[in-house]
Design a protein. Structure first.
Length: 275
């Protein structure tokens, strides 16, 4: 190293670089445009020379940590080991609310919103089954779910009621109902709450009703007689089982006399002046 040069420490105490101070610095030469680094790739800035000029593009590393559609991403992982989704996809939790820190799956964005298992909710749906629970939807966003089943592996999600049936009607499950038909699938019921349901895919939505009742005592407002000529709903014949102070009549039209007492024409235990 000559007297015209200066040793500059580089890194640890034993490394150095030699700068030639005889070189005068002027305007940095123009650089050609560098390629735009792809999303999610690691980009390292170039090192300037002694005059502070940059003579090369930075380095781009896309060799790892990038996941495509359907591949694993995120999760509670050590730093540097968690994959991220390629540009245009998002990392979605598909394991449900019970396993929130598990790795997700790269999926395309939804036009609406997602349920707790990462499924896109159908636009305009009012009652949504996420493959585990039935939930009330308003403005394409989950408001509440009717039961808290714990599912570590959810079934196929589907819209139970796409703007055709009032969710309030769907939620009026009788307290003594054992099996509830939601217009598509049959569900077991416990204390008025849906439990396990069949997972049939239906292109038309039928009328929901209770298909099986318990044989316990009746309460005010319970169905005491029902008969459908077409056999679409199970027959109920418990006229004499209404509680004291009620009578088994058609609630909205007590004077109605009809052989077919299906659906809304079913007779209920309605309060009267006598029994």
């Amino acid at each position: 190293m000559s007297r015209s040069q200066c040793a500059v420490r580089n890194g640890n105490c034993c490394d150095y670089t030699c700068d030639d101070h005889s070189i005068s610095c002027g305007v940095c030469p123009p650089m050609p445009p560098c390629p735009e680094p792809p999303p999610n790739c690691r980009y390292t800035q170039p090192v300037p020379d002694n005059c502070g000029c940059v003579n090369s593009c930075g380095t781009i590393d896309c060799s790892s940590s990038i996941s495509l559609e359907g591949e694993t991403c995120g999760g509670f992982m050590p730093e540097g080991m968690s994959n991220t989704c390629i540009h245009g996809l998002e990392c979605v939790n598909t394991m449900g609310p019970m396993i929130a820190d598990a790795p997700g799956t790269c999926k395309r964005p939804c036009q609406t919103s997602r349920d707790f298992y990462g499924n896109c909710i159908e636009d305009g749906c009012v009652s949504w089954n996420d493959g585990c629970n039935t939930c009330l939807i308003q403005n394409n966003i989950i408001q509440s779910c009717r039961q808290d089943n714990v599912c570590y592996s959810a079934g196929v999600a589907y819209c139970m009621d796409n703007d055709q049936t009032n969710y309030n009607q769907l939620s009026q499950i009788p307290w003594n109902c054992l099996t509830w038909y939601d217009g598509c699938n049959s569900c077991s019921v416990n204390n008025g709450q849906l439990q396990a349901c069949t997972m049939m895919m239906c292109f038309t939505q039928g009328e929901p009703y209770c298909s099986t009742y318990s044989t316990g005592i009746l309460r005010q407002g319970d169905i005491c007689y029902r008969f459908c000529e077409d056999g679409s709903q199970t027959t109920i014949s418990r006229r004499e089982d209404c509680p004291k102070g009620t009578e088994c009549i058609q609630e909205s039209n007590p004077s109605l006399i009809s052989f077919d007492t299906c659906s809304n024409n079913a007779l209920r235990c309605v309060p009267t002046n006598g029994h």
